[in-house]
Design a protein around this ligand. Structure first.
Ligand SMILES: Nc1nc2c(ncn2[C@@H]2O[C@H](COP(=O)(O)OP(=O)(O)OP(=O)(O)O)[C@@H](O)[C@H]2O)c(=O)[nH]1
Ligand SMILES: [Mg+2]
Length: 273
């Protein structure tokens, strides 16, 4: 006989440097998903009163897309700590194209509630695109990456977004446009591309960020912002859903899960179980 232990009960606590208590601010007020200085009041209250329903068990899917070698893998690794950032030589020579897709999990705690991001790192190379695009579905966040030193990579971002949105519901997706490799651009060169990037962000309703995975500039701030806005959207959706329900209904549903299971089995006679 085998016993299944809920994965929630065996997870270690969230790392201290992944705890978010304040809303991280946007990079540019000209291209932000919103410019409020704090989480929505009802979100804070719901968290305090532990009325966040299933949000604390959620894994929010994030897909990272963009041209080859713009720095998608390095960006994710820079957050998750897989790259030795201080070793510049190794950094420059270690380009290994992503083949298909890869993913990393990053666990946060937002306003006292656990919240995980599942970061899908996709391949920018054309020949791997059709494999990668099969993983686009169900994303809550789309991060479109370009290299601030490469105008062509910026001009391709709309196409990347279009492809990502074919698989997703636009009303439920938050979009970020991220310029990487800021460390190797001169201030004048950067200012030029930033103007265009902000304009594109406004057109596609994305939030704009510029950062460097090499120096780490803005990397943590960026992912904290992504986690916070995804979390906030999830709590707001949960509150809307439970608007007609009473507090505690979630618990009642769980305690009645045998019946639910039976009902769902009936509905799906072809289920492989
Ligand atoms: N100077 C500098 N170099 C970077 C930065 N980010 C990435 N690079 C370099 O850019 C190259 C490509 O980075 P990757 O992260 O592998 O690019 P990718 O977008 O994942 O590429 P594909 O997987 O082929 O789509 C590597 O040689 C990195 O060292 C950065 O912030 N600054
Ligand atoms: Mg890659």
């Amino acid at each position: 006989m085998s016993y299944r232990v809920s994965s929630m009960s065996v997870l270690p606590p969230v790392r201290k440097d992944r705890i978010i208590a304040e809303l991280p601010q946007c990079f540019s007020t000209d291209a932000a998903l919103h410019t409020k200085t704090d989480f929505a009041k009802k979100v804070r209250t719901a968290c305090q009163e532990q009325r966040t329903g299933t949000v604390g068990f959620k894994i929010s899917k994030v897909i990272v897309v963009g041209d080859l070698a713009v720095g998608k893998t390095c960006l994710i690794n820079s957050l998750t700590g897989l790259t030795l950032r201080f070793c510049k030589d190794a950094f420059d020579k270690n380009y290994k194209a992503t083949i298909g897709v890869d993913f990393e999990m990053e666990r946060f705690e937002v306003l006292g509630v656990p919240f995980s991001l599942q970061l899908w790192d996709t391949a920018g190379q054309e020949r791997f695109k059709c494999i990668a695009s099969t993983y686009y579905r169900g994303a809550q966040t789309v991060i479109i990456v370009f290299d601030v030193n490469d105008v062509a990579s910026l001009s391709h971002t709309k196409q990347w977004l279009e492809d990502a949105m074919k698989e997703n519901d636009p009303t439920n997706v938050q979009i970020f446009l991220v310029g990487t490799k800021k460390d190797i651009s001169s201030p004048a060169q950067y200012a030029l591309i930033e103007k265009d990037a902000i304009q594109i962000s406004q057109e596609i309703k994305a939030e704009y960020w510029a950062l460097s995975s090499l120096t780490g500039e803005n990397v943590k701030e960026f992912f904290f912002r992504v986690a916070s806005l995804a979390f906030e959207a999830n709590v707001l959706a949960e509150l809307e859903k439970s608007g007609t329900r009473q507090i505690g209904d979630v618990i009642r549903i769980n305690s009645n899960s045998n019946n639910l299971y039976a009902a769902s089995k009936k509905k799906q006679p072809n289920c492989c179980q």
